[in-house]
Each structure stands twice: as C-alpha cells, then as structure tokens.
Write a protein that binds this ligand. Structure first.
Ligand code: AMP
Ligand code: ZN
Length: 473
C-alpha cells in the first residue's frame, strides 16, 4: 500500500507526493507562549512528531519547522482583544519577552520529555518581523493589501481580491458578516478583511515601519513569513489543530498564495481536539492539565505520549485519569512482550510463527501508511504481543523479524521499550546527522557517528530506501 493522507484542503485522502523527491518540507503551527502548554496542545504537537517519524521511517528527509508565537495572537480572536502574551506579562509583572522566553523553554523541555524529536528549527515570530513587513509591502504593491486608519497605520488583506478565500474552511465571504467592533469594521473595505499589521501605542512589543512607529504583526502573517523564511515559497505539509483551519490557515493561504502565485502547501493536516472528561477543557473547570499535573498523579511521560497518540488524529479523543491507568497497563503489556524476547528462550525454540510476524508487519505498515492510523497499527502490535507471550513465535528468524518490527514501531511511535525517551531523541538526532553526512558523501563523518553509537550499545541497520533502523545491542 502507498502512503496516503487526508488533505483538509481537498477533503479527501490523496497519495502523498512531495515537491522535491525524498524531501518533506513540513510546517507545524506551534504554541503561543503565554502559558504552559496543556495536554490538548500536546495532542497536536505529538501528532506532528509521529507524522515526522513515520515519514522518516518511509525514507524521507523531513525538514520540520515548528514556530513559536511570541507576539500578535490576540485573546478574543485574530482581529480583536489584547495580545495574549501582553496580558500574561501584565499579570505576572514581567516583560512580554521574559514571559515568552520562559514559556518557550518550558515548552521545549516538555516536548523533549515527551520524546519528540527536535525540529530543524523553532523560529520565534519576533525574529522575523522584517520578513513579515517584506511580504506585507509586496502584497500592498500587488493590490492585495491596503492601509486604513487615520494615518494609514493599519494594514488589511483585501479578501475580495483573492477568489479562493474560504476554500479550506468552506466559509463563503458573503456569509462572513462582521462580529467585529464597529470602529474596526468601518475602517475595513469588507468585514472579512483581516489585519496584517496593526498599530497601537499601548502595545508593549512594537516595531517601527512604513506604517508608523508603534506597529505589530497580525498572527496569520507570522506563519506565512516564518514558513517562507525557513522552507521557501511552498510546503509539502502544513499542520495544526482543527481550530487553526479558520481563520488562521485560511488567511495564511490567502497571504502566501497572493504573494507567490503558487499553492502554499500541498497537504493540510488537522488534528481534532482532545477533550477532557468528555468535554471542553477550561480553567474554571479545573481540567487544563500540564505535564507537571500528569507527573504529580504518578504517570510518566511515556504514558502521556501513548495516551495522546493512541487515537486517530482525525477522531475525537478523550483524556481522563482512568484512561491514563488503562494506558499504563497497555504499555506494561508491550513491555512484557519485549522482556519475553529479551529472556532469549524463544530464539532456541522450534521454528514457528514467521507468518504471524509478517502479518503483523504488513498490518503495521499498511495502517501507518493509511493516513497515520495509529490505533490500527497499535492493534497489530497487541496481536503480536499475544503471539509472543503465548510462545507461538519461535526460532532465530521469527524472533529477528519481531525485533525488526519492534524497532520500526519504536522509531515511529516512540513508546515501546521502557527506556528514557530523551535518550532516544539524542540517538535520532545523531542518525539525522549521519544521514546528512552520507547525503553529502562525507563517509568519514558517517562512520564516526556509527562508531560512536556502537560504543553506546546502539546497533544500526541500513535498509533499502535510505532509512536506518536502530536497536540497543
Ligand atoms: P495555541 O497555543 O492556542 O496557539 O495552540 C497551540 C496548538 O495546540 C494549536 O495547533 C491548537 O490547534 C492546538 N490545540 C489547542 N487546544 C487543543 C486541544 N484541546 N486538542 C488538540 N489540539 C489543541
Ligand atoms: Zn500558525
């Protein structure tokens, strides 16, 4: 079976293709760093990580960029309200930069603890203001953007100039009647026009530009600019949570495509929201859990990772403490399979069950290839677990096949052996380095990395298609 993904843009599954053979340019909408990320956010980020891991298993070089929104995301919606980071800064009596930096560090530490491989880059929006202004200026020149306000200090995107506006979300421009404040509505040509640049002397983070001294970017232009700066005009995959579809991604498409006249992303993948106790998360409900809350309840990061990736990313998923207990038992079941293999008795048993392992292998790969169907892939592993535990598998060949499948499964899902996941991320990073060295025909470096890993007890196996599997010796 070939790799297919459900593309939100076409609303159907499509065979996966990339702009450049063997390379995936992937942009994941990252967090707004006004506070600690919660388990819901991590559903979206773990999806991005699992997707990246599977693409690597399938032999792609993945250039993954996950941004950090450290300015411009407003509380009410994209158009109105105060900047989320500014609100938090005033609350904590700190500067917005201090707030953003502190929560960025916590976010990156949480990602690492959850076994996420480091992205190629985690750009901060505030480091790309010039890139944003360059796009806004170009959009103005092309007639897609206009200035408004008494001194022309606000800049809006003119949606009437972009006929595809609404294609991703299914919204019709005619129906997008303003929920906006009257004064904001009045300065726009159309209620659906959205801000690229806003002026506000009271805003704490502000930059001088052609539009005045006190401006800051709209949230959407940030992602268009960071994606372009790091990955170029076109992406293979763009991801985000389901709430990002509108207005955020709809607006990104309009800006980027109006600028370049090329499709912005070939594939749009969106994660359904995580619910907690069957409903929405809310501060007032006391159910906005962070990784520290999960640890305080006695669960480790691996169990949380499992709990958040075990459902299909396009299906609803619920988080409860009871579910966490179940996930802990499920992982113990998988660990039991690994320890039965480690004990060694199976290898010397009579040959048996290679067909069972091959069936599990096919089911695992087919499931992951089919729009990243993790629950079905896990089903294949649990079926294999039964076979191993009931000693239906025997002999060196069958056991070796099980080991290979488990190595792939671990590379893809990051949940298998009871080893520390931070260590795994370090191994994956070295593998990437080796892959890059090999691609550059720098075999001395590639050999050195292999030897270093071997010294740490990590055995590498290069397999067809350019991928490398690893396992602990
Ligand atoms: P934010 O920091 O609000 O920009 O959110 C960061 C990411 O988390 C975005 O991609 C959101 O779509 C995603 N997200 C927020 N809440 C949830 C949730 N309950 N379930 C899944 N994803 C979420
Ligand atoms: Zn974004």
């Amino acid at each position: 079976m070939s790799l297919v993904f459900f593309n939100s843009y076409s609303r159907q599954k499509e065979p996966f293709e990339t702009l450049e053979k063997g390379v995936v340019r992937m942009y994941n909408c990252g967090p707004t760093v006004w506070g600690r990320q919660h388990v819901g956010n991590f559903r979206a980020f773990l999806f991005a990580d699992t997707l990246r891991r599977w693409l690597q298993v399938r032999g792609f070089e993945v250039r993954q960029v996950m941004n950090i929104t450290d300015v411009g995301h407003l509380v009410a919606d994209a158009e109105e309200g105060d900047d989320k980071i500014q609100v938090q800064a005033l609350k904590e009596g700190k500067s917005p930069i201090e707030i953003a930096e502190a929560y960025t560090q916590l976010f990156l530490a949480d990602l690492k603890a959850l076994g996420c491989l480091p992205a190629m880059a985690n750009p901060r929006a505030t480091a790309h203001i010039d890139d944003m202004l360059a796009i806004i200026g170009a959009l103005e020149k092309k007639g897609y953007a206009y200035r408004a306000g008494p001194a022309g200090e606000n800049v809006y995107f003119d949606v009437s100039r972009f006929p595809r506006y609404g294609k991703l979300s299914g919204n019709r421009v005619e129906d997008l009647v303003a929920g906006a404040r009257v004064d904001v509505r009045e300065e726009k040509r159309h209620p659906a026009d959205f801000a690229l640049w806003k002026s506000d002397p009271k805003h704490l983070m502000k930059w001088p530009s052609a539009y005045g001294e006190h401006g800051f970017p709209g949230w959407h232009i940030e992602c268009s600019a960071m994606a372009r700066a790091l990955l170029g005009d076109q992406l293979d995959i763009h991801t985000g949570g389901e709430d990002n579809v509108f207005p955020h991604h709809e607006c990104e498409i309009a800006q980027s495509e109006a600028l370049t006249d090329k499709p912005f992303a070939l594939f749009w993948l969106h994660t359904r929201f995580l619910t907690v106790d069957g409903g929405k998360m809310g501060k007032s409900l006391g159910n906005v859990y962070t990784l520290d809350d999960v640890r305080a309840r006695g669960f480790d990061e691996r169990t949380l990772r499992y709990a958040l990736i075990r459902g299909h990313y396009r299906s609803p998923l619920d988080f409860t403490w009871k579910v966490m207990e179940e996930c802990k038992s499920a992982l113990a079941g998988l660990d039991e399979m690994v320890s039965v293999l480690e004990q060694g008795g199976l290898e010397s048993a009579a040959d048996a069950g290679t067909e069972l392992v091959r069936a599990a292998d096919t089911a695992f790969f087919d499931s992951m290839d089919d729009d990243l169907n993790v629950p079905q892939a896990l089903g294949a592993l649990f079926a294999l677990r039964q076979d191993v535990i009931q000693r239906k598998i025997g002999g060196a060949e069958a056991v070796q096949l099980v080991r290979e499948l488990l190595t792939t499964a671990h590379t893809a899902l990051g949940i298998l052996p009871a080893t520390d996941s931070a260590g795994d991320a370090a191994i994956e990073a070295k593998l990437e380095e080796r892959h890059t060295a090999k691609a550059a025909r720098d075999f001395a470096t590639a050999d050195r990395i292999r030897k270093e890993l071997e010294a740490d007890g990590i055995v590498l196996q290069d397999v067809p298609g350019g991928k490398t599997l690893w396992r602990r010796a």
